[in-house]
Design a protein around this ligand. Sequence first.
Ligand code: R5P
Length: 343
Amino acid sequence: MTEGQNNPRPAPRLILPLPGNEAFGRDLAQDGHWELGITETRRFPDGESYVRIRSDVAGKAVDLACTLARPDEGFLRLIFAADTVRTLGAREVTLVAPYLAYMRQDRRFRPGEAVTSRSFARLISSSFDRLVTIDPHLHRYSALSELYTIPVDTLHAAPMLADWIAAEVDNPLLVGPDEESEQWVSAIAARIGSPHAVLRKTRRGDRNVDIELPDLSQWRGRQPVLVDDIASSGHTLIEAARKLPLQGFVPPVVVVVHGIFAEDSFQRLAPFCSRIVSTDSVPHESNAIGLAPLIASAIGANAISSADLIRNRRPPEPLDEVERAGFDSFPASDPPSWTGGVR
Ligand code: R5P
């Protein structure tokens, strides 16, 4: 169904960044020529989250911009913001999460384990009308629609990674550290007309991986470029970067989509590399490839059908009741520890 059938005019868009996503939210709003909204958050003394939406959301298509790296800390705040936006009368509520969390526990590997990819998908699907994300870690699922019950736009950063490599690296050899990386390494190699190779990884634990190199001698003299979707503990890339020089290569350039770089992994990886870059799906000092143009064009192009909006929809709360409850329940006078967007 097209936007025009039930809604004569597309709803005005409002980008609402959550804490830590200010720069990305601003870029998104600029790229799409949309309004940038304001959210206030802080912690109550007991650790609970305070959330206030300071922009008018009624009748608007609201995009909550929130990467989901290190999700446990801010997840409730995100759900509260989505729920508040909805009850204040937003026409649709989209989660723009350039990095989507909880995609790797996609099976019960040992009895009794939580399959968090499924539980997390249920939580997100019950709070949002749509999800927009970049290169989710699809290993044992072929598409997010196997997990998420809301419409999902799954976007791919490979063309942007390819363009960055073509512009910045002479004579590259694209290297994927494991079989899973074959999909994007081959796509990038094809786009820029360079050879590619895939290494073999054995994972023994969260921080224990072994990497085996095939014979790469035919490409000696090229600049290796290690490409992966996620740098988390960093062990995959550290092992791969450490081993490439053993076959006579110069230290690799590392290009990742999602640079989580947990703990001190970035500092431990850096000595083995000539350069490390990432997209801005997770704010990090290695960010060199901005995703806002890619996401803005997808958000602007794909309208949600009215049928999709029926799920989860409930009428806005009467404002006088909400405001009375606010005064009675707690003094909301403490300064916010974070205010996103423009003032
Ligand atoms: C593997 O399945 C992924 O594509 C990445 O290689 C992996 O998530 C990286 O994890 P870490 O940095 O913890 O080795």
